[in-house]
Design a protein around this ligand. Structure first.
Ligand SMILES: Cc1cc2nc3c(=O)[nH]c(=O)nc-3n(C[C@H](O)[C@H](O)[C@H](O)COP(=O)(O)OP(=O)(O)OC[C@H]3O[C@@H](n4cnc5c(N)ncnc54)[C@H](O)[C@@H]3O)c2cc1C
Length: 482
């Protein structure tokens, strides 16, 4: 439904995590605010988030987690090859603990705080998942008098003499257009993971990406900003979600809690490429983004396991802790049923054979038998001579039947292409702010990364969404006060 009025102090484009953070802050600051959401419901991909980054939060203090902010900043800059903006990353790191405390004061509940794989212990897991958090924020903002218009999308930014003057919006159901007036617009549209053309431009490996985004992250904020004169900044990293079952016949979220996926990607016994050769230390799966990069660089990737591994994972338990996977943390109790179901229904991503040679023939993996022979001798010797895999995760592949699960790479979000300053103001091609235009959340998160999303700082996109939404509104308030 179209908004009730035509004039506002502030219009926030996008009712996801960053937009809701901005909306609550706007209510605290007494700004007459409208949130536009092109979907029928609020929360965006924030509904699926597991946790948000924070440094020096009260929860971390209670858990005796001490992080050197200077070291963290230096590490992240190095990880990004200094493509990340040091001032912006520093402001995020310095503010993030207070933002987590602010969310907690609003009533957002956190179940734990810690790390992911070998990361910094920065991720604050939402109790009840991101859904509980964003729905609470939406309710609070509505109660505080913020207006929300769902199924309404921003189509064009109106400017006059270099200042924002309003927006053209469209009713997504009827196609009707309307003009709205405001001096401040915050773009909070969630990045471009669902824009196939932009993803193709960002990576030549796009065909192997299995997106778990909600379909609405179509890069609208970036296009609106560019059309308004914003600088085309680097298209920031794609957030690779590590190995994922390669299945183009169903939406990728279907496999998100699959135990076969856990066995193939997070247990990662033996990964081979299209020639049947190992190409990486499978422990790379400790960092889902690194695992994604490694898998993408091969034409095809198969995760190989034998019946002993299937039985062990089902009955005894995991070889390796599966981190924040939604599967059972102790055992993959339904793994055998899943395998049977997938074989019975002829799923292309799963192949079974009684012998290694048979498996190699079925998939045309010519070097698989020699790879497995070599790998098993490494397992017996307790030393991965090729890639240095941790000996405790060296697991033999010996007893038929043998299984090959084809892997693609999960994609949660794509960050980028708008350059902002430390006030979250959108910068033009000369590096100066476009007066009244702000970008937050994934739309601006390309500022924080180089070529790969920094899962060394887990929860950083959600943490950034909450931080930057708030940051933009505080800037608007400061400006109004001067
Ligand atoms: C499955 C999944 C799991 C994730 N888990 C994590 C995690 O654990 N930790 C983490 O840090 N990050 C995680 N992410 C990344 C997540 O995208 C961000 O943390 C967070 O959602 C970013 O907030 P945002 O406001 O930028 O985008 P969103 O929350 O996606 O909100 C953007 C909103 O803008 C709306 N919109 C788009 N275009 C328009 C338009 N033209 N007009 C009006 N509205 C528009 C969209 O419909 C959407 O509701 C995950 C992502 C996915 C998909």
């Amino acid at each position: 439904m179209f908004p009730k009025k035509t004039n506002y102090d502030l219009i926030i484009v996008g009712g996801g995590l960053s937009g809701l953070s901005a909306a609550i802050t706007a209510s605290e600051q007494g700004l007459d605010t409208l949130v536009l959401e092109k979907g029928r419901t609020l929360g965006g991909n924030g509904n699926y988030v597991e946790g948000a980054m924070g440094v020096d939060s009260d929860l971390q203090k209670q858990a005796n987690i001490n992080i050197s902010k200077t070291q963290l900043l230096q590490d992240e800059l190095a990880y990004s090859h200094y493509e990340a903006s040091a001032p912006h990353l520093k402001k995020l790191i310095d503010s993030s603990g207070q933002v987590i405390n602010w969310l907690a004061e609003l009533g957002v509940k956190f179940s734990k705080v810690g790390g992911q794989g070998k990361s910094w212990p920065t991720v604050h897991s939402f109790a009840g998942g991101g859904y509980a958090a964003v729905q609470l924020l939406a309710k609070k903002a509505q109660e505080a008098g913020i207006e929300f218009a769902t199924s309404i999308s921003a189509q064009e930014i109106k400017q006059q003499n270099g200042h924002i003057r309003g927006l053209s919006v469209m009713n997504e159901v009827t196609g009707q257009m309307r003009d709205l007036v405001c001096n401040n617009v915050i773009l909070a549209t969630g990045g471009y993971a669902d824009n196939a053309e932009l993803i193709k431009k960002r990576t030549p490996f796009y065909q192997k990406l299995m997106t778990v985004s909600n379909g609405k992250a179509t890069g609208d904020g970036m296009q609106l900003a560019w059309d308004a004169g914003a600088q085309h900044y680097q298209m920031g990293a794609i957030q690779y979600g590590g190995g994922a079952i390669y299945d183009k016949t169903q939406p990728a979220f279907v496999h998100m809690s699959s135990q076969l996926a856990a066995a193939a990607t997070q247990e990662a016994i033996l990964w081979v490429n299209e020639r049947g050769e190992r190409f990486v230390n499978e422990d790379v799966n400790d960092n889902m983004c690194h695992a994604g990069s490694a898998i993408l660089t091969q034409a095809r990737v198969f995760s190989i396991l034998d019946q002993t591994a299937v039985d062990h994972l089902t009955e005894v338990g995991l070889y390796k802790e599966v981190g924040n996977s939604p599967v059972s943390p102790e055992k993959l109790a339904t793994l055998r049923q899943e395998i049977k179901h997938d074989l019975d229904t002829h799923q292309k991503y799963l192949t079974q054979a009684d012998t290694v040679v048979g498996l190699a023939e079925k998939l045309n993996l010519s070097n698989l038998p020699s790879t497995i022979e070599h790998y098993n001798s490494d397992v017996e010797a307790g030393c991965d001579v090729d890639y240095g895999k941790d000996p405790q995760y060296l697991t033999a592949v010996k007893d038929g039947p043998f299984y090959a699960v084809e892997l693609g790479v999960g994609m949660a979000c794509a960050l980028g292409g708008i350059r902002v300053d430390n006030n979250s103001e959108v910068l033009n091609r000369y590096g100066y702010p476009i007066s009244g235009l702000y970008a937050v959340g994934n739309d601006a998160a390309g500022m924080l990364v180089g070529d790969t999303y920094a899962v060394t700082l887990p929860g950083s996109t959600a943490g950034y969404a909450a931080f930057s939404g708030r940051n933009a509104v505080l800037t608007i308030s400061r400006r109004a006060a001067n």
